[in-house]
Design a protein around this ligand. Structure first.
Ligand SMILES: Cc1cc2nc3c(=O)[nH]c(=O)nc-3n(C[C@H](O)[C@H](O)[C@H](O)COP(=O)(O)OP(=O)(O)OC[C@H]3O[C@@H](n4cnc5c(N)ncnc54)[C@H](O)[C@@H]3O)c2cc1C
Length: 481
């Protein structure tokens, strides 16, 4: 067992000696002196590290995550726009690590870490100590201090966020159908903040969603009154382009594809304030809306600020070339939680491929540590970048030299790459079936409004009071992180 006996760990007062003794006791029970690796976070980075280590019987792994699943963030916008179901983008961690007796998965939220003793403490009061610590707790939205954004906007970072947003969008369509006067109160104004890959993909898929609802409306009485033809999607960015990390021709293509889907681009515009029923832009425009989707930026989860060490850009922990933390023995930092430097000396972006490769490199270095050999430096293999703009439209820049693809070929490449990243054969098949329905039949998953609290909107009040579940969710996320 890795765990300090819970009766002792949950006592209100446990002496430091008792804790230490309990930890030591638990370590003493390990058969064959396998080294214990404690991994915080079962995302792309932590999971790939665990998988690689699991193949080595001389290592024992405890993987801690506040969820019992890995969420596949690149596809969250497809849940929000009812292309994929939640279980197409979230995978049970125990199932993913099935068949490895040396891996112990615990659903627990880590609240503090003593980096010198390697003791990790959870919100539930348990403690774990590893010979090695791997910190891979990922990111959370960064609202950059924008007034009201944390309370009233809908971020798109977790499965919970995506499900909430889908319900909100459907709640707005249903409300406007029931009472068309709500259009004047912004029921069908949807504002997406941030035209990076997340905001662009969300805007394009949302445009497709509204266009396919419009087709249904013209065909079928059941959809007759849905005001989709009067819906507006505004994509707002402080910069002058969409997809700023892509080439100018990819940016121009993406902007054109978005506009074809009815997305209105507001470039060179900042969001100054988000309210219960409005948003204010930097040029002073006030738009009535009850759905502001936040794709404006990320920072490390705030666990990083509780570690007692200096954090770097975005609240992330600076990693050394071998992914260890400077001055700390046996502590590794990975993925979105880390600032990892690329071979050009610049920080690597927060991407699934960086997280995945850093997880594998970390596992290799832990095994080298155990063997008493020098560690390797992390070398990122850059396969390129891509973004989906909508059905049959994508941009891809392949490899280090950024070979450009637009349109149907890039769309096919996008499907292949994202299916490959999915963790199981079943997940790949299910996602492909849904994509085929969407592509050939223009038919989406069932647009089920399963969180009816999203319908409880105080349309008369654009001030402080707001029944939005988003505010509750964001407050909860802030407290938790
Ligand atoms: C909407 C969106 C779209 C994206 N699209 C792409 C894309 O198309 N291509 C691409 O390459 N990248 C994309 N990314 C980035 C990519 O998803 C991340 O870079 C990647 O998920 C980082 O992996 P990670 O393992 O570092 O963190 P995560 O995948 O975030 O995993 C961190 C894990 O830590 C857990 N955790 C957090 N705090 C605690 C705690 N206190 N205690 C216990 N567990 C904790 C979380 O539950 C989570 O499971 C996208 C990101 C987002 C948000």
């Amino acid at each position: 067992m890795n765990l300090i006996p819970s009766s002792r760990a949950t006592n209100t007062f446990v002496s430091a000696y008792e804790v230490q003794q309990a930890v030591t006791d638990s370590i003493d029970q390990i058969p064959n002196n396998a080294k214990h690796v404690v991994i915080v976070g079962g995302g792309f980075a932590g999971l790939n590290c665990a998988r690689k280590l699991a193949a080595n019987p001389n290592v024992r792994i405890t993987l801690l995550d506040k969820n019992n699943y890995q969420q596949f963030q690149p596809l969250l916008y497809q849940v929000a726009t009812a292309i994929l179901a939640p279980n197409n983008v979230a995978f049970n961690l125990r199932g993913t690590l099935f068949g490895h007796p040396n891996v112990d998965v615990k659903m627990a939220e880590v609240v503090s870490i003593d980096l010198s003793t390697h003791i990790v403490e959870t919100a539930q009061g348990q403690q774990y100590r590893g010979d090695f610590l791997v910190l891979a707790a990922g990111s959370q939205p960064d609202f950059f201090g924008t007034p009201g954004a944390d309370k009233y906007s809908y971020p798109l970072y977790s499965l919970h966020d995506a499900e909430l947003l889908r319900s909100r969008i459907l709640a707005m369509l249903e409300s406007a159908d029931r009472d068309p006067s709500l259009l004047a109160k912004g029921a069908l104004n949807f504002v997406i903040v941030g035209a990076g890959p997340t905001g662009t993909e969300m805007a394009g898929a949302f445009g497709d969603m509204l266009q396919s609802s419009l087709k249904s409306r013209n065909r079928d009485k059941a959809y007759k009154d849905l005001g989709v033809d009067r819906a507006q999607i505004l994509l707002v960015d402080a910069g002058n382009t969409v997809l700023s990390t892509f080439s100018p021709s990819a940016q121009a293509y993406a902007a054109k594809m978005l506009e074809e889907r009815g997305v209105q681009l507001r470039r060179g515009t900042k969001v100054k304030e988000v309210g219960a029923g409005h948003v204010v832009f930097s040029d002073g425009t006030r738009v009535p809306t009850h759905t502001v989707i936040w794709a404006g930026g990320l920072k490390a989860v705030s666990l990083s600020s509780n570690l007692g060490i200096k954090t770097g850009h975005g609240g992330r922990i600076d990693a050394q070339a071998d992914l260890t933390v400077p001055g700390l023995e046996g502590v590794y930092v990975l993925g979105d939680f880390a600032n990892i430097t690329g071979k050009d000396g610049k920080p690597l972006p927060q991407l699934a491929s960086v997280a995945e490769q850093s997880g594998k490199c970390c596992a290799k270095n832990i095994l080298l540590d155990i063997a008493g050999k020098p560690r390797d430096s992390f070398q990122y293999f850059d396969k390129g970048i891509m973004a989906m703009i909508g059905r049959n439209s994508a941009v891809a820049e392949i490899g280090e030299h950024r070979h450009e693809l637009h349109g149907a070929v890039a769309f096919a490449a996008w499907l292949g790459v994202h299916a490959a990243l999915l963790s199981s054969t079943r997940a790949k098949i299910e996602a492909f079936v849904e994509w085929a329905w969407d592509y050939f039949g223009a038919a989406r998953g069932d647009a089920v409004l399963d969180r009816t609290e999203e319908l409880q909107i105080n349309w008369e009040n654009d001030g402080e009071e707001c029944a939005s579940a988003a505010s509750a969710a964001n407050t909860k996320a802030e407290k938790a992180s």
